[in-house]
Design a protein around this ligand. Structure first.
Ligand SMILES: [Mn+2]
Length: 350
């Protein structure tokens, strides 16, 4: 019901920027505005993932075996791209995503301000012994996410190339049993051994299934496309649900969301978002772009449609900022990270 002019003048005429009469919006505003109606400058200070507090001390504590860490979700950078097939550069993804500001605080569609609803921190980057060894980097990633799992601390990772997901899933599955997964990507990433390597970024989900860490009957892959599709028969052989990019348009988003929810069900689920799922018109800063992809609006609607699933972890991978002087790819990546955090805030038991 619209207010009269007199009512509007009474409510807002002397407002100093802090007159919020809707109780839900007022709660969000109270979490943003400090004394005197001041907000932090988004362009000042040290950059962190989603502007969360930077707490590398908590990473050290978790690695040292601490439990009862006063945190609900850890944000973690994984700056490693030794598994790429073509264009390198995703090692610089975490830094680029940290540079993005003004994501959130409010998600109108899901009705949550996740950085207020949850205790969230940027724990910094996974410490890795050698920048030259894919295998030792994966071992270090497993160690780090294993320590988080042992501490009972859910995490969202920012890669890095997609090979990191296998190393993140392993300790999660050891803690929770085989996981379901919503995998949004241009590529199914279920290919095999090439040139003697099986831990490259084109195959993490074949390995995760073979290792018993993913339950393929609870895996849905969305946005798949491109000439590499001949490489991914494993997805079908394993019983994954594959929704190609053109099928997203044909089915419509509500049907895609319903299918994804049906596949993952109520069980523990991982959500992996490869930024190359987005069309390179929106996200050119990635190693293996494929035209004909999702729009950011579609991807956001898709993620928001997953609210209520039992998300135990997730990642945003393959942001390679060197190929995108506009920074839009990192902007989209940071937005998807925020959407994943909103899913954490809306998970069962929250
Ligand atoms: Mn991928």
């Amino acid at each position: 019901m619209a207010r009269t002019l007199e009512e509007l003048r009474a409510l807002y005429g002397n407002d100093q920027g802090t007159a919020f009469h809707d109780p839900v919006l007022k709660a969000v505003a109270d979490g943003v505005f400090g004394a005197g109606g001041r907000r932090a400058f988004p362009f000042a200070g040290v950059s962190t993932l989603l502007d969360a507090p930077y707490r590398p001390d908590l990473a050290e504590a978790v690695l040292a075996g601490a439990v009862g860490v006063p945190l609900d979700v850890a944000l973690v950078g994984v700056p490693m791209d030794l598994g790429v097939t073509n264009r390198a550069g995703a090692r610089r993804g975490p830094k680029a995503v940290r540079e993005i500001e003004r994501i959130g605080p409010w998600n109108r569609v899901l009705g949550t301000a996740p950085l207020q609803a949850l205790r969230v921190a940027d724990l910094g980057d996974v410490p890795m012994r050698s920048r030259y060894s894919l295998e030792s980097c994966h071992a270090d990633i497993e160690t780090f996410f294993g320590a988080l799992a042992a501490a009972g601390l859910p995490a969202l990772a920012v890669g890095g190339d997609h090979s990191i997901s296998r190393a993140i899933l392993k300790p999660l599955a050891e803690a929770h049993g085989p996981l379901g997964m919503v995998h949004i990507d241009a590529h199914a990433d279920t290919s095999g051994v090439y040139e003697g390597a099986k831990f490259h970024h084109g195959g993490p989900f074949r390995q995760a299934v073979l290792d018993g860490h993913l339950d393929p009957s609870r895996v849905v892959q969305i946005g798949i496309r491109g000439g590499g599709d001949y490489l991914w028969e494993f997805s079908h052989a394993a019983g994954m649900t594959v929704i190609h990019a053109e099928e997203v348009a044909e089915m419509g988003l509500p049907a895609v969301i319903a299918a994804a929810r049906r596949v993952v069900g109520d069980g523990p689920t991982y959500v992996s978002f490869d930024v190359d799922a987005l069309d390179p018109a929106f996200a050119p800063g990635t190693g293996t772009p494929e035209v004909g992809g999702l729009t950011p609006r579609e991807a956001m609607a898709l993620l928001r449609g997953l609210a209520g699933i039992d998300i135990r972890g997730g990642d945003v991978v393959e942001v390679a900022p060197s190929y995108d002087p506009t920074s839009n790819t990192a902007q989209a990546g940071a937005q998807m990270l925020f959407e994943l955090l909103c899913l954490m805030a809306r998970a069962p038991g929250r």
